[in-house]
Ligand binder design. Structure first.
Ligand SMILES: CC(C)(COP(=O)(O)OP(=O)(O)OC[C@H]1O[C@@H](n2cnc3c(N)ncnc32)[C@H](O)[C@@H]1OP(=O)(O)O)[C@@H](O)C(=O)NCCC(=O)NCCS
Length: 184
């Protein structure tokens, strides 16, 4: 099946999610190794939950995409402009135009190979051409691999968001990480 490409490089291709991707998302998001860093091991997804969460219409502004590497589906990335509540929560001015990204590589054997760095750098570059002042990600403060990856991709750490996300029953600090057009 041919899909419109959102961004690609020599190996990585990002394209909009389609319904046929739902079983893959369910398999990634029921893997405790992935859930440990994304959503939580106490919140595994089945197909029904994937369809409710990733395919709902009420968040039409959120762009949800599949990530492929050399033709193999390996992960997920979504992006959207922050809404008013998120801008306030993250400490931005009410009229700021800031894009947020959220992602995971669902195949752990692809971790630590530089793919995340190329993906977030490439996607941030692509999103910044659409006019936001900055692109942000907010990993858990203790997700050292993610923070290292985003740092390599030109996202310096901006500030800590204390007790920002309820994960596996505990409130976790997150790191607000931001890339601006001049950040590379
Ligand atoms: C976070 C994620 C997107 C990063 O992608 P990736 O392809 O693994 O990242 P890269 O290989 O480009 O970079 C990872 C860097 O972290 C380093 N690293 C790995 N584990 C680490 C750890 N425990 N502590 C510190 N650094 C670590 C790697 O060595 C590498 O740095 P280097 O190139 O200087 O050696 C991916 O690992 C992932 O999806 N993980 C699970 C879900 C998740 O955490 N999602 C992010 C939510 S915000």
């Amino acid at each position: 099946m041919k899909h419109a490409i959102v961004w690609r490089d020599e190996h990585i291709a990002v394209r909009p999610l389609v319904l046929e991707d739902a079983p893959l998302l369910a398999s990634w998001l029921s893997d405790p190794g992935v859930l440990e860093y994304y959503e939580g091991r106490d919140r595994p997804y089945d197909l029904g939950r994937v369809k409710t969460h990733f395919y709902r219409d009420d968040e039409a502004a959120k762009r949800r995409c599949l990530v492929g590497y050399d033709g193999t589906a390996i992960g997920y990335i979504q992006y959207a402009l922050l809404d008013a509540a998120e801008l306030e929560e993250y400490g931005y001015a009410a009229d700021a135009r800031i894009a947020g990204m959220d992602l995971f590589i669902g195949e752990p054997e692809y971790w630590g190979r530089g793919i995340g760095t190329a993906l977030v750098a490439g996607m941030a570059g692509r999103l910044l051409t659409e006019g936001p002042e900055a692109v942000t990600v907010d990993p858990h403060a203790e997700n050292a691999r993610a923070i290292r990856c985003y740092g390599k991709a030109g996202f310096p750490r901006l500030r800590v968001l204390p007790r920002h996300e309820l994960h596996e029953g505990t409130w976790h600090d997150c790191a607000l990480i931001e890339r601006r057009p001049t950040g590379v």
